[in-house]
Ligand binder design. Structure first.
Ligand SMILES: *Cc1c(COP(=O)(O)O)cnc(C)c1O
Length: 409
């Protein structure tokens, strides 16, 4: 064994206990998903294509019901017409917020691509429609600022309380389900009667329960991430209380037709199969992330979350000293990808992001970040965010290239 292989083998030994914990979670989630398949009596006919208006499209309707059951929710929308997580979140927020309402984020700034949606000027944002926004930050240690939340909720115009489960482009741990359960209880104890809304991107199937099982009213995410299982070709989902899901459906299509219209000529097989595979795929990604984090640490590279315990989302942030190191790391991920491994990456002005972004996404599904992928805004401190990996072995293979890039050989 070479030195790099030895390092990796050492990490694997140290991670055995944490890996066993993740395997147990994957099993619990696989069982949960299969129980939902059984309850909804999924059959081959649900995979059939539909065209035109899609009236009576059983594949579409049952997919929504299936997701609702998996997430412990009353109702669900799952659609290839939701083009991404950002779109699903936008449709969700516009469906629930009206002029004069306030959106209150209790986990600091929402994800980069939502900032223009919420506060943009003259672009059709929530602000343009007279919806106000306010936020309180998480505390230094990543916990909720309960005093600030209580104060914020005194404002009767607050109708949606927003929280983001994953870390986004921030150096903080994702929120745990225990934290989410506790804060939802607290928000209710303050007398809040509106909607608790969770950006669930990157969190699905990392723990045994989902926010909608822990007090949240709505959870939203992208099928290019965890619940697509790496094979859903596109799409987003929205699950939660029926009353809210129906309002959102009215915004997704039109208030008069809601979720009763919408077709997909390619058929729904890959959405069903994707969510069936998702618990396993997510476990592969989490174990890959732990292996990479632990081994990079041995190479003197700081990363987050910690590798001594299970993480709460699939993402990992890694800090570098220079822009060159950062770009070298992202390039290593690209070179280890099954698609476009030969490509030389360049930073670009990506739609929806404030700084230039360099992105490795040698994926089967374009930009799918449940597949091994990495990106970084070009700004100090030089931090790369990576996530995904459909197989643990792919993560391990990429790790070798990462180490070689860092050491310059
Ligand atoms: C990825 C992500 C989004 C946006 O999802 P897209 O599918 O990329 O549009 C929103 N919020 C968080 C926390 C994310 O990680």
């Amino acid at each position: 064994m070479g030195r790099v292989e030895e390092l990796i083998a050492e990490s694997e030994k140290e991670l055995a206990g944490v890996f066993a914990g993740m395997d147990a979670i994957a099993y619990a989630n696989q069982a949960k998903v299969l129980r939902a398949f059984e309850k909804n009596r999924i059959a081959l006919r649900h995979f059939a294509p539909s065209t035109g208006y899609g009236y009576g499209d059983e594949g579409r309707d049952t997919l929504g019901a299936l997701f609702a059951d998996i997430f412990g929710a009353e109702a669900g929308l799952v659609s290839p017409n939701l083009v991404s997580g950002t779109h699903a979140l936008t449709v969700g927020l516009f469906g629930l917020l009206h002029t004069g309402d306030t959106l209150f984020s209790i986990s600091g700034d929402p994800y980069d691509t939502l900032c223009e949606v919420i506060s943009g000027k003259g672009n059709g944002s929530l602000a343009d429609y007279g919806v106000a926004f306010k936020k309180c930050e998480l505390k230094e240690d990543g916990s909720f600022d309960y005093d600030a939340i209580r104060d914020g909720l005194r404002d009767p115009s607050v109708s949606v309380v927003f929280l983001q489960r994953s870390r986004g482009y921030a150096w903080r741990d994702a929120l745990s389900e225990a934290q989410i359960a506790e804060v939802c209880k607290f928000v209710r104890s303050c007398g809040f009667g509106g909607c608790i809304f969770v950006d669930n991107c990157y969190g699905e199937f990392v723990e045994e329960t989902e926010p909608t099982q822990n007090g949240a009213d709505i959870a939203v995410g992208s099928l290019n991430k965890n619940p697509g299982g790496g094979i859903a070709p596109t799409g987003g989902y929205i699950v939660g209380k029926r009353e809210y899901v129906e309002k959102i459906a009215g915004r997704m299509t039109a208030p008069s037709i809601g979720a009763e219209v919408g077709s997909y000529a390619y058929g729904y097989q890959l959405f069903y199969q994707g969510v069936f595979l998702a618990p396993h795929v997510v476990a592969q990604a989490v174990k890959g992330s732990l292996l990479i984090g632990k081994t990079l640490q041995k190479c003197g590279c700081e990363s987050s979350p910690a590798t001594e315990k299970l993480p709460y989302d699939i993402t990992r942030a890694v800090r570098f000293r220079t822009k060159e190191e950062l770009c070298g790391f992202i390039q290593a991920v690209q070179s280890a990808s099954p698609v476009d491994s030969f490509v030389t990456l360049e930073p670009w002005d990506m739609p929806g992001y404030a700084d230039q972004v360099i992105m490795a996404a040698g994926c089967f599904v374009q930009g799918a970040s449940i597949e091994l992928s990495a990106d970084a805004p070009i700004r100090e401190p030089y931090t790369a965010y990576f996530q995904g990996g459909l197989t643990y072995e792919h993560c391990k293979y990429a790790l070798q290239k990462m180490i070689r890039a860092l050491r310059g050989f």
